[in-house]
Design a protein around this ligand. Sequence first.
Ligand code: PA5
Length: 451
Amino acid sequence: MNIKIDSKFLKSFFPENTLTKNLEKSISKRELLHNKKGAGSEFLGWVDLPSQIKDSDLKNIQETADEINSNSEYLVVIGIGGSYLGARAMIEANVNSFHMVENHKNKKTKILYAGHHLDPDYHNDLLDFLQDKEFSVNVISKSGTTTEPALAFRSLLALTEKKYGKENLKKRIFSTTDAKKGALKKLSDEYELKTFVIPDDVGGRYSVLTPVGLIPIAASGISISEFVKGARNMQNFLANEKDPINNLSCYYAALRNTLYDSGRKIEIMVNYNPKMHYFTEWWKQLFGESEGKDKRGIFPAGVDFTSDLHSMGQYIQDGERQIFETVLNITAPNRDSIIQEFAGDPDGLNYIAGKKLSYIGEQAIKGTKLAHYEGGVPNIEISIPKISPEVCGELVYFYEYACGISGYMLGVNPFDQPGVEDYKNNMFALLGKKGYEEMKVKVEGKLKGLI
Ligand code: PA5
């Protein structure tokens, strides 16, 4: 496997026997993912998913992506939470950092996002921007009823119809939703849109290897077969490896639970590559929504180093000691550079002339890890050799599997998200949605008492 875990910088933060107990626990909880005897077992479709993806499924998705590439400079991905974060994470990790400002000629479609918040300014800017562009839309919602994407779709459907005509909507709009139910399914049927199905037994945040993630990823020009291959390799490895130290996901789940048991309530995912920013966002959702339940759970946070060493570094070094870090170390860039000599050394950097930029980055990682360790912050290192679709596939499956095990170790159902409903219900009541009349009175009363 391409992933390696280094736990040397955890030394002396917990007694060895607590880790031993958690390692044993991780193996027994791992079983629940396969025998489906744990909580939320109706949402374990992701466990065997990579090996079940058929070549014909990939072909169908690739054909849609090719169609989008052939006529669209932009693809607007409408979705929120698990219905867009996985795709965004993979796309931003694997495309050129400046793909949005590159000349489109001979380049793949660029991806824009909508329906992931309610900001009117963003919404209007997007609609203005699209007026004179060639675009397609992929609207994604498992429930088909989520307010944010549904509102965005309403106006993007209208814009697409205005620009391309009702008869051409089928060529421009693709939907990804439930096989049978929800408003989006109804709309898709009505407009005869090409519709992809999100399997019933795969929850939103575990869905990046379904059409939810694969269509936008393919449309951005990333190889979905490489991505799926990586996930499959990791699936096979984790399904067969029963030693909790060698089973990467068991090991990670055991380490973070041991840290949690010893009072570390916040895990900060540290990445040193701006392309991985959205990978951290995806990871935050995966673990936050899966584990934060019953007043328990590790709070997943994220920082982008070295940028955030100049903003959050002080707190991590010296603030409250409830945190631990998990450093995602990409050990080699896809392209490196050499530091040039500068005549006269006016900036004082000639002492590192001739070194690779990646070498400087490595020393930054080592120096930071040591400083934080000595400042009382344990850190786990997860390293990968490079960013590629295949390695990203491994990484995605590794984290999903670890999250399932870790959630079961914490004693929660890692596959539901009951807490997300509370804000929605209050919002529906305040908006006067049908069926929420009684609640509207209560919510308004409570707010009056508070504001
Ligand atoms: O992981 C989850 O289940 C959630 O984050 C959902 O993906 C998110 O709420 C969007 O839901 P839907 O796809 O039904 O619009």
